[in-house]
Design a protein around this ligand. Structure first.
Ligand code: ADP
Ligand code: MG
Length: 310
């Protein structure tokens, strides 16, 4: 029986620039079509860290040097990143599908993720993005109300909030496509962050974590499997230490204990494990899998990766 799978692609599935991206998506497409070939219904989600950073830098620079160019809100940069990453992915998927004899339709859904204006992340922004500034520039920007931090000795940057996703506006469209056997590319970069005000949606200056957004989408569309494809084959405890131990299967309770013991790095593995726990706790026999992009097929058949179960 085919499964309903949301695949969340990490940075290594897309590369760091356009040239790398156009090569990387071929490998990514092949891994995704492997799942289609096995009869699964798939939805594709992806990150946008380097891409949204690059767009934000380009737009900030343009607004500094060209008075008529207004600074572009971050939510608009997320939308732009969804479009061009989605475009590359859908074309790579189309080619791979046709080469293997499938006529499966593929489309990118510009996807909005609802966040709360009261999310504590807005009071405590933590995610550095965009251009580097001198200390002096940063002080001037801070005086105008921007949140600025020194980023790892490289200069000062804006930091933005990473609020928790509450809802996915286009979830019904994505669900309909999945159930019709079509491939939707959705919640790119965690989705365009929006705050609901009456019947309107207002773009928010934030970047939603793609692992949390993918887990929410998977829950909302009734997927039974969430696959987070990243740069490691398995999740480890004592990661990078002599007593490192790679995990095959963990329960929510195990994961909770390992989190408390500090085994997962906050900016990388922790959100994946937490997203996986959130998804499998929503009921049924849901399974989350964290593995390498190139091991997705083996991972689904239970041969590798780390499975998170209830
Ligand atoms: P992605 O772009 O896929 O979101 P990240 O770099 O954010 O990738 O997260 C994956 C990385 O998390 C791995 O490459 C690894 O270096 C790091 N990591 C941190 N803690 C762990 C752990 N306990 N087990 C495995 N990997 C870990
Ligand atoms: Mg990440």
């Amino acid at each position: 029986m085919g499964k309903k799978i949301v695949i969340a692609l990490g940075g290594n599935a897309l590369g760091n620039n356009l040239k790398e991206q156009m090569e990387a998506v071929k490998v990514t497409a092949s891994a995704i079509v492997d799942m289609v070939a096995e009869g699964h219904q798939v939805v594709v989600a992806h990150g946008n860290g380097p891409q949204v950073g690059m767009l934000k830098i380009a737009m900030d620079e343009a607004s500094k040097s060209e008075a008529k160019t207004e600074a572009m809100p971050l939510s608009v940069c997320v939308a732009m990143s969804q479009a061009y990453i989605g475009n590359d992915l859908q074309n790579a998927l189309r080619t791979e599908l046709l080469n293997r004899g499938f006529n499966t339709p593929v489309a990118t859904i510009v996807t909005q993720t609802v966040v709360s204006k009261d999310d504590p992340a807005f009071q405590n922004p933590t995610k550095p993005i965009g251009s580097f500034y001198s200390k002096q520039e940063a002080e001037q920007m801070a005086a105008k109300g921007e949140n600025m931090v020194e980023d790892s000795g490289r200069g000062w940057r804006k930091v933005v909030a990473s609020p928790k996703p509450i809802d996915i506006i286009e979830k019904e469209v994505v669900k309909t496509m999945m159930e019709a056997g079509q491939i939707a590319i959705s919640v790119g970069g965690g989705g365009i962050p929006v705050i609901a005000e009456g019947s309107s949606l207002i773009g928010a200056p934030a970047v939603v974590d793609k692992d949390f957004a993918s887990a929410l989408l998977a829950k909302e569309i009734g997927a039974d499997t969430l696959i987070i494809l990243t740069a490691v084959e398995k999740v480890a405890i004592n990661f990078g230490k002599p007593n490192e131990e790679w995990l095959d299967e963990i329960t929510i309770a195990d994961a909770q204990k390992y989190i408390e013991e500090g085994h997962f790095a906050p900016g990388s593995m922790l959100p994946k494990v937490m997203a996986a726990m959130g998804f499998v706790s929503t009921g049924g026999d849901k399974v989350a899998l964290i593995t390498l992009l190139g091991k997705a097929k083996e991972g689904i058949s239970g041969k590798t990766g780390t499975r998170i179960v209830k």
